[in-house]
Design a protein around this ligand. Structure first.
Ligand code: HEM
Length: 469
């Protein structure tokens, strides 16, 4: 690949297919499955066994190209059979009184092209790389550099503001890898989780599943993805692939051109043309009851959007993502402390946020009571539910770190306009956590490296045997 590849946002068909062939799914485009499971694991204790286990994943992870082909096939089928099919299924769904989504559409659909299968992704934790558990950490220099930048000079890691409350196994660098499984079919997913546990923990493997996090997508009555507070989510995300950019533009309107590849990927040291991504995972509990005690206006001001995704700031003709914060306006509408403003200042002229933003691929966790006909949440729990936040990026420090520390957790950050105390972000208090006041609590988190397939292949038994000699 050419030297400036990571700076680019447009590719030839050959370049794109080569890239997608070597990358794992869920980085450049979401996997779009309804259910997910995240197995946080300890690798086999013996180094050679650990390397063999990692190598086996090269034949098992889902390539980005497979998800892209699957999605294209699905779109073609829907076009051929007509969207009335989807509408009909929606009515059927209401009649039988079940909150269902695409998974049920797939089940009720005899045409196999609409069935989206299980996807698998495998990633190695930052802790395991730092401890050089696989003997190949020199290829990922950014992890070391960035970690030092975040922890050195008295600074804290960006996600550690409530580290005291972190659940096991997030404490003490126990997590060495993550297996991400996702499917529209929950039974299929459960079987796959059990099979992965057996593979890791039995026979000559002595790895351990430390915890399995279960995620899902919830939808409002218009079938849009929502988070637990009831707001439409997944509106604003950087895009780089032509197909994703077009899809997002059609759906929400886009306020920025396509983002460069470096927003998503970095190049492995010493391996020109081989790209990986970092994943930031956070388990964030949402105190729904406490949030719901706020008035509707206060809730909207916390987020910066109305529940249906309409921005508080005036939007352009493109749709709910077509807006910037216009500093010349005499009556700005969106408060500076709003979550979407603190996490993306959308500077009219500077565009500096383009170097910081990264794709978010979060899933919800925790059971809720939902209306049987519309699928809308009916209860207001204060614990046990939240977001499995997942961001993919080319640099943890320059992206996640900067967003959290310089923007969100900075109460004097006024979007580059003034430095008065603008208040706290919905998810990141710039002070010590307060269980009586906070609307969210970070229960844990970890950084991972999502390697390309070629990197995994080099750990396969034959290659490993060669390199051990
Ligand atoms: C429980 C925790 C969280 C909740 C409930 C939440 C909720 C939301 C909602 C409702 C939106 C608006 C939909 C959209 O524009 O896509 C949003 C956008 C966003 N969130 Fe969060 N979020 C959470 C955690 C985080 C975290 C941890 C980060 C990053 C560190 C983050 C970064 C962003 C960004 C960058 C946007 C898009 C802003 C824009 O481009 O306008 N969020 N979030």
């Amino acid at each position: 690949m050419p030297n400036d590849f990571l700076e680019r946002d447009r590719f030839t068909a050959t370049e794109e297919s080569k890239l997608l062939h070597d990358l794992q799914c869920n980085i450049l485009a979401p996997h779009r499955r309804v259910h997910s499971a995240h197995l946080l694991i300890g690798l086999p204790s013996d180094g050679a066994q650990a390397r063999r286990y990692v190598g086996e994943w090269s034949d098992r992870v889902t390539r980005a190209s497979e998800v892209a082909e699957d999605q294209a096939k699905r779109t073609r089928t829907l076009k051929r059979w007509g969207w009335w099919n989807v509408a009909w299924t929606g009515r059927w769904r209401i009649r039988v009184g079940k909150a269902v989504g695409w998974d049920r559409l797939a089940e009720s659909e005899p045409r196999p092209a609409l069935k989206r299968g299980l996807v698998r992704s495998f990633m190695v934790s930052h802790g395991a790389l730092r401890a050089d558990r696989l003997g190949r950490s020199e290829e990922i220099p950014l992890v070391e550099t960035e970690f030092r930048a975040l922890t050195g000079a008295g600074e804290t890691e960006p996600m550690s503001w409530s580290a005291g409350a972190w659940e096991r196994p997030f404490r003490g660098n126990q997590i060495e890898a993550q297996i991400l499984l996702a499917s529209d079919d929950l039974d299929e997913l459960k079987e796959a989780v059990a099979a992965e546990q057996t593979r890791l923990e039995t026979g000559d493997m002595d790895g351990r599943v430390l915890q399995t996090l279960w995620g899902y997508v919830a939808r409002d009555r218009e079938r849009r993805p929502v988070e637990h507070f009831g707001f439409v989510d997944g509106v604003s995300n950087p895009e780089v692939l032509e197909s994703e950019y077009r899809w997002a533009t059609r759906r929400h309107g886009v306020y920025r051109p396509r983002f460069p590849l470096k927003s998503f990927l970095f190049e492995l040291n010493g391996s020109p043309g081989r790209y990986a991504s970092f994943q930031v995972l956070q388990k964030i509990e949402q105190h729904v009851g406490r949030f719901r005690q706020l008035s509707q206006l206060e809730q909207e001001a916390m987020v910066g959007r109305k529940a249906d995704g309409t921005p508080l700031e005036a939007m352009g003709p493109g749709g709910i993502n077509d807006f910037v914060y216009d500093f010349e306006a005499s009556k700005p509408r969106c408060p500076f402390h709003a979550h979407i403003r603190k996490s993306n200042p959308r500077l009219t002229k500077l565009r500096s946020e383009m170097a910081v933003l990264f794709p978010r691929r979060g899933m919800l966790y925790g059971e809720r009571e939902a209306d049987v006909t519309t699928g809308e949440f009916r209860d207001e729990p204060d614990s046990g539910v939240g977001l499995l936040f997942m961001g993919y990026m080319g640099g943890i420090h320059r992206q996640f770190g900067r967003m959290v520390k310089t923007w969100m957790a900075n109460s004097r950050f006024g979007g580059g306009v003034h430095t008065q105390n603008v208040g706290e972000d919905l998810i990141g208090p710039a002070r010590e956590p307060d269980p009586a006041k906070d609307y969210t609590t970070v229960l844990g988190g970890a950084y991972f490296m999502v390697p390309p397939l070629a990197w995994l292949e080099e750990f396969k038994p034959t290659a490993a045997a060669g390199s051990d000699q």
